[in-house]
Design a protein around this ligand. Sequence first.
Ligand code: DGY
Length: 430
Amino acid sequence: MQNRLRAEAAAVLADNWLGASTVPSRRLYPHQWNWDSALIAFGLRHVDVGRARQEISTLLAAQWANGMVPHIIFDAATAHGDYHPNAGFWNSRGAPGAPAAETSGITQPPVAAPAALAVHRHTADLDWLREIYPKLVAYQRFLTEHRNVGGHGLVSIVHPWESLDNSPAWDAALAAVTVPADLEGYTRHDLKHAPAADRPTADEYDRYVHLVALRRAAGYGGDGLAEHPFLVEDPLTNAITVWAAQSLAEIATLLDEDPAPHRATAARVREAMLAHMWDPAANLFRARDARTATPVAADTVAGFMPLLDPELPDDIVDGLVQSLCHKRFWPSDGFPIASQAMDSPGFDASRYWRGPAWVNTNWLIWTGLRAHGRHALAAELAAATLDMVRRGGWREHFSPLTGEGHGATNFSWTAALTIDLLDGLDGLDG
Ligand code: DGY
């Protein structure tokens, strides 16, 4: 049974392989995505470590001069009409410091450093690690310096696509963005490949496109970033930044480089998260609007991500575990972990990040629980996630009520992280 699941997952990854990277899904996302690739590498390392390494190398080859690793790297062989906003809309080649490949001009959570370390553990190839280390360091610096827009050490995202696209955590910040009446026209290709009820709304999409147009007009640079109308400090992005800093410290040690600056970054971002994002009444980390310096009310799965930090204080871990096990996130007769608490007024079991459970966030929480020695709960979460995939298929996201699959089909990170979960159950991972 498990062998069959693993074989099917490997077949999804083989189908989605472009030759030097993996598409998240052939139809809905026909290019390379940043954190998709890094998460895919965690699974691919068990199947074909050469491909796992190439996945990360291809991603980093598209790095911008300022260190940014873009959220999409466009596949030149895929028609422009298959995805929007396409390469022409982003027009990266018109911006200073862009790489040779056509890319988007925003980024995504820096899973690449933890993925590189995990892949290295399967190859012990120090030459590869040495080659990519400076790029990983530059990516990290881009986030912790250029994106420290609020000035107290937290990374700001500048677009919902940099994190959990239509999360309710962005609603208030997005509502304050004024979409011009003459917004340039566009066609939503996503609605050809997934039901509208699973996707962001038309109003949200207009705002996404307008925010891209604003960043494009700014050449995707740092000048005037403080005036950008969408600046949110997100617990998921910041927790992954801490995780990346810890991975970079380990990589530095392997390479006889100095790990101390990375440890200092991890400590600084952790302290800032504890000071500005931790809500002891809710036992959850919250996003924060960097423009208004106010915490965001939405209770979302992003709030659990600091579990990835092995140095998170024990009382905070206890609080997070208490929230995680509550039926608002982990229904007793459904599937974990809802992306928005199920008792929230806007909860929607099928719409992208407004309620569905996702394999990647479950996997990140599973990784965090294990880092804190919470092995029994981690195993329970892994088993429930695998059940959900068996029931719902290789889908992008799942109803936490029924386990029914939604969004894209043959979705790569669902397949890759299933392989890693199965490997974890076998106790074979490292
Ligand atoms: C999409 O097209 O929905 C993607 O999530 C954008 O990155």
